[in-house]
Write a new protein. Structure first.
Length: 261
């Protein structure tokens, strides 16, 4: 796949440089067959590429493609197609390429902002010098007192909406509040707990995907049990487990991270 990605760039004069982001740029992430290729082509201009709608077929037969800058949900309303464009490609051979094209001016703004960046090819020596790829931008950050107090307040406050949804037999609303807001606050507290135990030197991954790696088994099992099916009795049990876990972690985080008692 890397040969294909680079050969396309080498054979197209419009493409001047190539770099990579994402998990494949992270030396700490175990490699597996499910990793995307997060690739950026730095191009002279975008219009001639966008005029060739089928040009991405060079990467393989697509099972599904998303163009987030130009779909009918309105996400692309503020996109500047002359500056950049993205294709998310799931190929029938099982590979996935998240391909972004951008002009040099856009690259110079974006390139230094992501610590998980690896230069792959540069025809014009236009890619700035950057440190070796690392997960520094993605590591858990120590909370301020205001962030900590806000997290506790939001967790507890929005539980009343969850309860109200259950009382009214409004399952979508109750689940939405629980998983959309309450869990987000629980995840923040879990992140900080892990950060303290690792001296804030690790990344827990998107949506906490590495929690199992960093949490003690007992706490991870509690976290897993904070999920529920649609049965309200089971839902209540999951809620109380989430509260128990939050109340287990929060005092420790307060004492060790933000000096709150």
């Amino acid at each position: 796949m890397f040969d294909l990605i680079l050969n396309v760039a080498q054979g197209d004069d419009r493409i001047r440089a190539v770099y990579m982001n994402g998990s494949r740029a992270n030396p700490k992430v175990p490699k597996d067959i499910y990793q995307d290729y997060d690739i950026v082509y730095v191009v002279r201009e975008t219009q001639s590429i966008l005029n060739q709608k089928d040009w991405i077929a060079v990467f393989g037969e697509a099972a599904m493609v998303q163009e987030p800058d130009n779909n009918d949900f309105g996400w692309g309303l503020k996109a500047d197609f002359e500056r950049s464009y993205t294709w998310l490609m799931l190929l029938k051979d099982g590979n996935r390429i998240d391909l972004h094209i951008q002009i040099k001016e856009a690259m110079l703004e974006d390139y230094p902002k992501d610590s998980l960046t690896v230069p792959l090819f540069d025809k014009d020596n236009c890619l700035p010098q950057i440190p070796a790829a690392n997960d520094g931008d993605y590591r858990v950050k120590k909370p301020t007192e205001a962030q900590y107090r806000g997290c506790c307040n939001e967790f507890l406050w929005c539980l009343n909406n969850v309860a109200k949804g259950i009382a009214r037999d409004q399952l979508p609303f109750a689940m939405g509040m629980y998983h959309g807001i309450v869990r987000d606050m629980l995840n923040k507290m879990v992140d900080w707990y892990i950060g303290i135990h690792t001296n804030f030197s690790v990344a827990v991954g998107k949506s906490g995907k590495y929690y199992k790696k960093y949490l003690p088994q007992e706490l991870y099992e509690m976290y897993a049990r904070s999920y529920s099916d649609s049965d309200y009795d089971n839902f209540w049990e999951a809620i109380f487990i989430a509260c128990q876990l939050f109340r287990t972690l929060a005092p420790f985080v307060a004492e060790k991270s933000v000096s709150i008692t």
